[in-house]
Design a protein around this ligand. Structure first.
Ligand SMILES: Cc1cc2nc3c(=O)[nH]c(=O)nc-3n(C[C@H](O)[C@H](O)[C@H](O)COP(=O)(O)OP(=O)(O)OC[C@H]3O[C@@H](n4cnc5c(N)ncnc54)[C@H](O)[C@@H]3O)c2cc1C
Length: 546
């Protein structure tokens, strides 16, 4: 039985029947005392089901090796990286002579898909192990930077969205300076990351992703479906596509989650009565899609799509690579609108934010936060931030919050002792050279200006669809959202005799789902439904091709 972290969902045991199954699909291998089964940072590590002997799991993220757990006969090695195919974060050593069944990653996936009881046990164990490891002192990637720097926060968002275990050290704290010195870096080098024994000074997202094995070469494969965007619509489509055997690739410019990934708590998603964070919802969809053998790549954005004489869509990526697809799903969502104030762009990530998760909330702990906007996302952000900020001002241009916000949030805002609603008010200016220091508010009734000392400004004032990568032949509505479905057959850009499918654009074989699609309700539930429906259209299109 596992020792240090005790008997829990992280360390279940194969029963006799399951062991027989492991013996059937695995190869029996032997290790001598002290011999490694796998080493930290190694790629394509298989799962080992222990037939006899013990295996010590050891991590050395602090520099000092530390035993995390000892697996005994009947137990197995591995965590979520058996599905993500990223390099492993711990090592495994034989304690005494060990016999184990070696099961390659592709066969683990087959087990998950074909044996439901094993699937439940393995998936729960993989996720719980990672969570237990992260709370046990495991540092993961070390990130040293400033809490309110844009570059640092971009990296933190990337780690958060891609579920990369990491520890942030603030260089303004003694521990941060100590880490910096340990890594042989200076303040001029921040942000600094230490991953896979490599120290990266001021790294780009692509460098970090490459170091972590997240961004991979796209194989020269003709995919049935390439999904652009891993928000709720893209993830739902990925789960359905994978489960129905379509060869599928998902590309995202940051990582799984989309806008939902920036929601601290989604309370209106069916099946989660006490709410679920967007990151958690996205992670579940991501793992589910991985289980069905869907491939992911991030941080990569699609620059344009064209169509060749062989009937293939060719997606040109920012990395210079090309992904080939029979069908493309645009699930690229929307970008947040900014305020027409110069400092807004300059201070983005350094006190100006478009999301309110624990990462951003840290910037305004025990100080004032200003939330601009009257929609549900603004309401949720205000309520969440009020848990840690000294006070939160909610700024709206009009005089009635109920015009755009759900009643439950309006009530919470009105009754919260640390939230103040500022009606008929706009942001006039932002002060601060490197970080936000104060915000000027202006009454749109009297013109009166007021300076508020504050550490963070959260902006939730609408969004613009991400369609710049789509070909001109894809028809958009007057606001730039993608037009789809019945009605388009009369559009001169629609080239075929048949009616387009519900989610098909004016370019046959390019579909759209979720927030980017015209006429949709901009909500997670809707995006998930849309993404799932898209797969029915993909099947119809592929059937027509064959
Ligand atoms: C703070 C906040 C709170 C919210 N709270 C709720 C809530 O409580 N309940 C609710 O129902 N809804 C909520 N929403 C709305 C909900 O999150 C969205 O409706 C939903 O995320 C839309 O999903 P989507 O997949 O269509 O697009 P998005 O979530 O926008 O995802 C699109 C993805 O596409 C990627 N992308 C864009 N362009 C490219 C490109 N060229 N190449 C590669 N990738 C690209 C982006 O990186 C992004 O990950 C909230 C939104 C926000 C911002």
């Amino acid at each position: 039985m596992g020792t240090e972290i005790g008997q829990c969902a992280a360390i279940p045991r194969f029963n006799d029947e399951q062991l027989a199954c492991a013996a059937m699909i695995g190869e029996l291998v032997r290790f001598a005392d002290g011999e490694p089964l796998f080493l930290e940072h190694q790629h394509d590590v298989p799962m080992y089901v222990i037939r006899s002997g013990e295996v010590i799991i050891r991590e050395s993220s602090t520099g000092e090796p530390r035993d995390v757990v000892t697996h005994e006969a009947g137990e197995f090695t591995g965590d979520v990286d058996l599905l993500t195919a990223r390099p492993i974060v711990v090592s495994g050593y034989a304690k005494g002579p060990v016999q184990a069944y070696r099961i390659p990653q592709s066969e683990v996936r087959r087990l998950l898909n074909e044996i439901p009881a094993l699937s439940d046990m393995l998936l729960e164990a993989f996720q719980t192990r990672r969570a237990v490891l992260e709370t046990s002192g495991f540092l993961g990637v070390r990130l040293i930077g400033r809490a309110r720097s844009r570059e640092t926060n971009e990296l933190r968002e990337f780690f958060y969205r891609n579920h990369v275990p990491h520890t942030f050290f603030d260089v303004d704290e003694p521990e941060g300076r100590e880490q910096l010195a340990l890594l042989g870096a200076t303040e001029a080098d921040i942000p600094v990351t230490a991953c896979s024994r490599r120290v990266n000074k001021r790294p780009t997202l692509a460098q970090v992703a490459e170091c972590l094995g997240i961004q991979r070469e796209i194989p020269d494969t003709l995919y049935d479906l390439v999904i652009v965007g891993a928000g709720p619509a893209g993830l739902a489509a990925a789960v359905y596509a994978g489960s129905e055997g379509l060869k599928t690739l998902v590309i995202d410019r940051v990582g799984p989650g989309g806008q939902a990934g920036s929601s601290s708590k989604i309370e209106n998603f069916m099946g989660f009565p006490s709410g679920i964070s967007g990151a958690e919802l996205a992670n579940r969809g991501y793992l589910q899609a991985l289980k069905f053998d869907v491939q992911f790549t991030a941080p990569v954005h699609v620059k344009q799509v064209d169509y060749n004489a062989e009937g293939e869509h060719r997606l040109h990526l920012c990395t210079g690579q090309v992904a080939r697809a029979r069908c493309v799903l645009a699930a690229s969502g929307v970008a947040f609108r900014q305020l027409a104030i110069d400092a807004c762009r300059r201070l983005q990530g350094a006190g100006v934010f478009y999301a309110a998760t624990s990462v951003e909330a840290r910037s305004c702990r025990k100080s004032t936060a200003i939330v601009v906007g009257g929609g549900n996302s603004a309401g949720q952000a205000a309520v969440y931030l009020a848990e840690t900020a000294e006070r939160v001002l909610v700024v709206i241009r009009g005089d009635d919050l109920r015009k755009s916000m759900s009643e439950y949030l309006c009530k919470r805002i009105e009754h919260h002792p640390r939230i103040t609603l500022c009606k008929n008010t706009e942001v006039d200016d932002i002060e601060g050279r490197d970080v936000v220091e104060a915000v000027w508010l202006k009454s749109n009734l009297t013109g009166e200006r007021q300076r508020i000392d504050c550490a963070a400004l959260f902006i939730f004032v609408g969004a613009k669809p991400h369609t710049d990568w789509l070909p001109d032949a894809v028809a958009l509505d007057e606001k730039g959202f993608v037009l789809t479905g019945a009605g388009l057959e009369s559009d001169e850009r629609w080239p075929l005799d048949r009616e387009p499918c519900e989610l098909e654009t004016t370019c046959p074989g390019i579909l759209a789902a979720g927030d980017v699609r015209a006429g949709t309700t901009k909500r997670c539930g809707f995006a998930v439904g849309d993404g799932s429906l898209a797969i029915a259209c993909v099947h119809r299109y592929l059937n027509d091709l064959s």
